[in-house]
Design a protein around this ligand. Structure first.
Ligand code: PEP
Length: 251
C-alpha cells in the first residue's frame, strides 16, 4: 500500500513574521522537488507572510489550532474561514500542549475536526500517551479511545482525508524518541481502530505521522516503518537545514 509521506513542521510559539520569512526563504530551495508532502504549521501571526512566500512552491501552510464556531464572541480565537482566506490548507488539532495547557479535550478536537473537514481544511489530529500511561501499560487503550472520540460522527470519505499524528507526550521536546518499533506498534494500533470504524480501505489510505523528537538522524528509520507515513516535527523544524534533511530523509 503506497501512501504519500507527509512531513509537517510545528513551529509552536516560535518565529516572529520577519523570522518566519527568513526561515521559509531558506527552506524553499532546500525542499524543492521533495517526494513527500511538505507542510509548515506556523503561528497565526506568521500565516500571511508565509502564505505569500510559499505561493507556487511545494510547501503548504498549516495552522496550529482553530475554533469550531464560524464566528462570534470568542475573544482571541480564529475560525476556519479566517485560515482559509489566507491560504491555509492544514490545521493541527489536539496537540498535547493544547490538551495540557489550554483545556483541549477529545470532544473539542472532534468538533474542530468536523468543521475543518466541512470547510476543506485537512486536520492533523494528534494523539498520544504520557509516560505514566505508557508505564501503566494503557497506551493502546488510551490512543484507541482518543482516536474513536476524535472521529465520532465523521464519514469514511472525510476520515480518509485526515492526517493522524501519534505523539507520545514523553517524547515531545525531550530528545527522547520512541524507538521505531514502539512508534510503529502504536501507529498500527491506530490504523486498526480506523479499520474497525471505517473498514480496511480507509485504514489503508489514511496517513499516520509519528511526532516526538524526530530529527535528521532518526527520521529515515522512523519513516521507514510500515505504518508510519511521515512526521510532525517540533524543534527540528525551526532550522531550515534540519527540517529539509528530514523532508529529504532518503538521501
Ligand atoms: C511537536 O511539537 O509536535 C513535536 C513533536 O515536537 P518535538 O519534535 O520538538 O519533539
Amino acid at each position: 500500500m503506497s501512501r504519500k509521506k507527509i512531513v509537517a513542521g510545528n513551529w509552536k510559539m516560535n518565529k516572529t513574521p520577519s523570522e518566519a520569512e527568513n526561515l521559509v526563504r531558506e527552506l524553499i530551495p532546500m525542499v524543492e522537488g521533495a517526494d513527500v508532502d511538505v507542510v509548515v504549521c506556523v503561528p497565526f501571526t506568521d500565516i500571511c507572510a508565509v502564505s505569500a512566500l510559499t505561493k507556487g512552491t511545494n510547501i503548504a501552510v498549516g495552522a496550529q489550532n482553530m475554533h469550531f464556531e464560524e464566528s462570534g464572541a470568542y475573544t482571541g480565537e480564529i475560525s476556519a474561514d479566517m485560515l482559509l482566506e489566507l491560504g491555509v490548507k492544514y490545521v493541527v488539532l489536539g496537540h498535547s500542549e493544547r490538551r495540557q495547557y489550554f483545556a483541549e479535550t477529545c470532544e473539542t478536537v472532534n468538533k474542530k475536526a468536523k468543521v475543518a473537514l466541512a470547510k476543506g481544511l485537512v486536520p492533523i489530529v494528534c494523539c498520544g500517551e504520557s509516560l505514566a500511561e505508557r508505564e501503566l501499560g494503557v497506551t493502546a487503550e488510551l490512543v484507541r479511545s482518543q482516536v474513536k472520540k476524535a472521529f465520532a460522527g465523521i464519514s469514511a470519505q472525510d476520515a480518509a482525508k485526515v492526517v493522524i499524528a501519534y505523539e507520545p507526550i514523553w517524547a515531545i521536546g525531550t530528545g527522547k524518541t520512541a524507538t521505531a518499533q514502539q512508534a510503529n506498534e502504536v501507529c498500527a494500533v491506530i490504523r486498526g481502530v480506523i479499520a474497525e470504524l471505517y473498514g480496511q480501505e480507509t485504514a489503508d489510505v489514511i496517513r499516520i505521522q509519528y511526532g516526538g523528537s524526530m530529527n535528521e538522524s532518526n527520521a529515515a528509520e522512523l519513516m521507514g516503518q510500515s505504518d508510519i507515513d511521515g512526521g510532525l516535527i517540533g524543534g527540528a523544524s525551526l532550522k531550515a537545514g534540519s527540517f529539509a534533511q528530514i523532508v529529504k530523509y532518503k538521501g
